[in-house]
Design a protein around this ligand. Sequence first.
Ligand SMILES: *[C@@H]1O[C@H](CO)[C@@H](O)[C@H](O)[C@H]1NC(C)=O
Ligand SMILES: *[C@@H]1O[C@H](CO)[C@@H](O)[C@H](O)[C@H]1NC(C)=O
Ligand SMILES: *[C@@H]1O[C@H](CO)[C@@H](O)[C@H](O)[C@H]1NC(C)=O
Length: 245
Amino acid sequence: MTNSSLAFLFLFLFCSTLTAAPSPAAAPLLQGTAASPAPAGAGPPNVISILNKDGRFTVFAKLLQSTKVDASLDSQLVDSNNGLTVFAPTDIAFSNLKTGTLNSFTDEQKMELVRFHVLPTHISASQFETVSNPISTQAGGNADLLAMNVTAVGSSVNITTGETNTTMSNVIFDDSQLAVYQVDKVLLPMRFYVPLPPPPPPPPSPKKPSAKAAPVYVAPVESSAGKWMYNYAMAGLVLVVAALT
Ligand SMILES: *[C@@H]1O[C@H](CO)[C@@H](O)[C@H](O)[C@H]1NC(C)=O
Ligand SMILES: *[C@@H]1O[C@H](CO)[C@@H](O)[C@H](O)[C@H]1NC(C)=O
Ligand SMILES: *[C@@H]1O[C@H](CO)[C@@H](O)[C@H](O)[C@H]1NC(C)=O
């Protein structure tokens, strides 16, 4: 072995000990980014800074900010003990959407979309094996097409919304309050694609001609009633005028 290849070997060993530095216990899921522990005494973790620190979630971070959902997540983390779970789609996930998808959403839909990526409780990667489906999101409950199903076997966690199927691919962050997971597709809620049910029909009008009857012209009730009232009023006016003269 030459000197330079020996030096290279040492450098390599040195670097691998550096990168293999203490891996926190909180990352039972998959290979990849180890969960970063919350810095001691730094207060509750902040979703935006976690995403921006990683660097691959800039579109999602901007959406969280433009919809102001980030502020409500921050205050939920302070006010509630339930914690939060965030499915963060990568920038590549957003660029893989059909062209114009995001722009076709109204502001309200963008907010709903962002909230759809947040679960109102902290769910650790191993807990996904036992959650019951469908899972409510911050956008809505089980029954309104704003929920998702998660199936997990060991370290493989699949998510389906009915519109999007994907896999949870990494733990970005997990303390006991906030879990941020990477997803490689934007989770689209069914609600955006299933037409809302039509508004309830107006109450039946009291005098509906029977469907079987031959089409007979029926004078509109209101107008004949109106005519009677008009006649009475005119008669009264004539009487008053007559009495005065
Ligand atoms: C997740 O989806 C993949 C692809 O559809 C499938 O092969 C796998 O069995 C699924 N895993 C679970 C845990 O459902
Ligand atoms: C989610 O799971 C529920 C209950 O198992 C099922 O009724 C529903 O069809 C599933 N939805 C999707 C989108 O897979
Ligand atoms: C998602 O997966 C389910 C079950 O594997 C499949 O029936 C469905 O067609 C898939 N949906 C999409 C949008 O890929």
